[in-house]
Design a protein around this ligand. Structure first.
Ligand SMILES: O=P(O)(O)OC[C@H]1O[C@](O)(COP(=O)(O)O)[C@@H](O)[C@@H]1O
Length: 343
């Protein structure tokens, strides 16, 4: 995207500074934090792009708190992001999918807390399918107390000051929001810069793509089963049947949903009674982005962003995407919930 006034491409760096200048009181710290994440993303992107020829594919040998085998790229991305955040002394703690507890950085004076899914879509790393990194940023609740605590970090999604993701796909892009709409930047490897490619992105109100792992269909609640049947019925008026698309990397499936409209679902199932995806570093940040683009994100009861977190790595079911599609699935969930209650 070219700046109409200067007829020049706009880099992430410039865009962040321009946005900051709109807030006279801004300290520039959040800007620095976003730049730090941008830098780490470039380094991770470089490694992802040549993963097949450098010994960075495969398992690292350890298991994380979720009982998942950790991939070498998971650890590489985790290290890159944490060291980038440690460099600028404004982040006091990081919570990451690859670390059990809070990671205290050497900046206990820092006022920001960052949640990370350093490498999302781990099952796709070794098969060269799109993967991503997800970040969510909060201010400390009690900046005057020296002692950092989990209590500081357990804040609902509405408290996020910024959130976003990096998608390592056919190109590498970074999308984020600070609560003033969603901006997308594409990495131009030839100059090593993220260039603004889309500003104030809006998700279509209605889409004809549904995205869910139907492998666990048998253990879904009836309302969801009936909604998927609804998506598959022939009806030209509502452009059904919808197309099914499922990449298996939440960042990639949600980014597609942001651009084309539709819905991404990761429900409860017998394998994951409370859903699989993590509230604090997968569902909250992507819900903030989708809501800022005009979409919706709910669990089986209400808004994802209003869930009061109880633990750092808690999971939640999620229904996220275009407003009309999310309202439709909620209709089915509520209707069959009533049926079950009556029965
Ligand atoms: O293989 P499944 O059960 O469909 O799960 C895929 C989901 O799990 C995830 O891979 C979980 O994320 P991680 O790879 O970060 O653990 C999501 O990106 C994706 O949406």
């Amino acid at each position: 995207m070219v700046d109409r006034k200067t007829n020049r491409v706009i880099t992430l760096e410039e865009y962040i500074i321009q946005a900051q200048n709109k807030f006279p009181g801004a300290t520039g710290e959040l800007s620095q934090l976003l730049r730090d994440i941008g830098l780490a993303a470039k380094i991770i992107s470089r490694e992802v792009n040549k993963a097949g020829i450098t010994n960075i594919l495969g398992e690292e040998g350890s298991t994380n708190i979720h009982g998942e085998t950790v991939k070498k790229l998971d650890m590489f991305a985790d290290k890159q992001l944490i060291s980038a955040l440690n460099r600028s002394e404004i982040t006091c703690m990081v919570i990451s999918e690859e670390n059990d507890g809070i990671v205290e950085l050497d900046n206990d004076g820092g006022k920001y807390i960052v949640y990370l899914d350093p490498l999302d879509g781990s099952s796709n790393i070794d098969v060269n399918v799109s993967i991503g990194s997800i970040f969510s940023i909060y201010m400390r609740k009690n900046p005057d107390t020296n002692k950092l605590s989990e209590e500081d970090a357990l804040q609902s999604g509405v408290q996020q000051v910024a959130a976003g993701y990096v998608l390592y796909g056919s190109s590498t892009l970074m999308a984020y929001t600070t609560g003033l709409g969603v901006s997308v930047f594409t990495l131009d490897p030839s100059i090593g810069e993220f260039i603004l490619s889309d500003d104030d992105v809006k998700i279509p109100d209605y889409g004809t793509i549904y995205s869910v792992n139907e492998g666990s269909y048998h253990s879904w609640e009836e309302g969801l089963k009936q909604y998927i049947k609804y998506c598959q019925v022939e009806d030209s008026e509502t452009s059904r049947p919808y197309k099914a698309r499922y990449i298996g990397s939440m960042v990639a499936d949600v980014h597609r949903t942001l651009i084309t409209g539709g819905i991404f679902i990761y429900p409860n199932s017998s394998q994951y009674p409370n859903g699989k995806l993590r509230l604090m570093y997968e569902c909250n940040p992507l819900s903030f982005v989708i809501e800022q683009a005009g979409g919706m994100a709910i669990d089986c009861n209400g808004r994802i962003l209003e869930i009061e977190p109880e633990s750092l790595h808690q999971r939640t079911p999620i229904f996220i995407g275009s407003k009309e599609n999310v309202l439709k699935v909620k209709e089915f969930l509520d209707e069959y919930k009533q049926e079950t209650i009556k029965a």
